[in-house]
Design a protein around this ligand. Structure first.
Ligand SMILES: [Zn+2]
Length: 413
């Protein structure tokens, strides 16, 4: 067996294992709903709501199952039948500039995968979310979102990719370091300014009007020495009834955004208790450690790429005798699947741990937060029909937040 064949076998094996493990974990989670619930659950849902939450979980489970079967079959066909190599050849016949070939190749993949995900997105929004009363998105808004999303990923992703490919072409030996610095600088920029630049393209953001809520939030932030540069209300209700709030930025550019749906459903104290939790993520340095950790992960990726990317067998594994940056990088990330699974588990575990700390921060710094946080979390679960009984393995793989009952139990301690 040649090295390229061995790599191809590795890629196919990883995809199959990933698919099989994913389905087993989904199945465990789906079966777990028959497990008896704790008495706290009765405080959250009435029997009707509970039945509805199970039905919602099952509907999402079925879509996930179908989607993963289709995407795995398409992916395996593309690899084994050499579609990636074929696309590379088609572009190569018409263009000679290597950088341009890379950009067109990745551009086509972005467009194809976006178009491919549209039917599922459409079904999830207009059939499932609609059926359970969450959906507010109009068809016109759905199309506008899809177009904007595609244009943005091409406009932002392709220049960045071209720059990295250029660095690879010009600086073979220090590619890993310069590439990593580029990506880190970009993610720092997105971290600080991303929300401010891109969110207004999708939503209307207006300053939270003067009044009880604004005063309470400002007073709390001031008491914590947490300077806010913006306090926004966002028109999330044009897409969904689900509630949320977000924080973004670092240093002096900190933004809090409240969904209008959240403002409508939570009391002032509940909202401040939730925001106090978010402030806790800054004060306990979670925001910075998670950011640093993700940059370390990128460093590992670039280190491995610097070592492996020049090997022509990567492109060969996908069926092409002409080594190229884009085919090598594609094969590289397919082979990287096991590592990224492990990194994902570590990330989620860190994040769930941080959630408890942030809840604790809210309790320690906002009077009455224990009760207000408790009632806010209950409302948030009902309004999104959260799964009360997720399987522990499913939680380890998919949950960045602890399951709701664990969090409530922790608040009661
Ligand atoms: Zn949190």
């Amino acid at each position: 067996m040649t090295t390229a064949e061995l790599l191809l076998l590795g890629i196919v094996t990883f995809i199959l294992i990933d698919f099989a493990a994913g389905r087993v974990i989904d199945y465990l989670n789906e079966s777990n709903k028959d497990k008896p619930l704790s008495p706290v659950a009765a405080e959250i849902y009435n029997p009707d709501e509970y039945a509805k939450s199970l039905e919602y979980g099952t509907a999402k489970y079925k879509v996930e199952m179908l989607t993963s079967v289709i995407s795995t079959v398409v992916m395996l066909s593309a690899i084994v039948l050499g579609w990636f190599a074929w696309l590379d050849e088609v572009i190569r016949d018409r263009f000679s500039n290597e950088l341009l070939i890379t950009v067109i190749f990745i551009g086509v993949l972005i467009i194809v995968s976006m178009l491919g995900s549209l039917p599922v997105g459409y079904y999830s929004t207009f059939v499932i979310e609609e059926k359970f009363g969450f959906n507010k998105t109009t068809k016109k808004l759905f199309v506008a979102d899809a177009i904007k999303g595609l244009v943005l990923s091409l406009a932002v992703g392709l220049p960045l990719l071209a720059l990295i490919a250029l660095v690879y072409q010009e600086l073979q030996s220090s590619f890993w370091l310069v590439g990593w610095l580029l990506v880190s600088a970009f993610s720092l920029f997105m971290f600080v300014f991303g929300t401010r630049i891109f969110l207004p393209m999708f939503n209307k953001l207006k300053p939270l009007p003067e009044g009880e809520l604004r005063s309470a939030v400002e007073e709390y932030c001031k008491s914590q020495g947490f300077p806010l540069s913006k306090l926004w209300e966002m028109d999330a209700s044009k897409r969904s009834t689900k509630l949320n709030a977000f924080f973004s930025g670092m240093g002096k550019v900190k933004i809090i955004g409240l969904y209008d749906t959240l403002i409508a459903k939570l009391t002032t104290q509940e909202t401040v208790a939730v925001l106090a939790h978010e402030v806790g993520h800054y004060k306990r340095k979670h925001v910075y450690t998670m950011f640093a950790f993700s940059n370390v992960q990128t460093l590992v990726i670039f280190g491995l790429m610097g070592w492996l990317l020049s090997n022509p067998n990567l492109s060969k594994a996908l069926g092409s005798d002409t080594p190229s940056f884009h085919l090598s990088i594609l094969a590289f990330f397919m082979l990287f699947t096991p590592v990224s699974t492990v990194l994902g588990l570590i990330n989620n575990s860190f994040s769930r741990h941080n959630e408890y700390q942030a809840d604790q921060y809210s309790i320690d710094t906002y009077p009455g937060a224990r009760e207000h946080m408790y009632s806010a979390l209950k409302k948030l679960s009902v309004e999104s029909l959260s799964n009360l009984n997720p399987h522990p393995v499913y939680v380890a793989v998919h949950y960045s937040h602890p399951p709701i009952l664990d969090r409530l139990a922790n608040l009661k301690k």
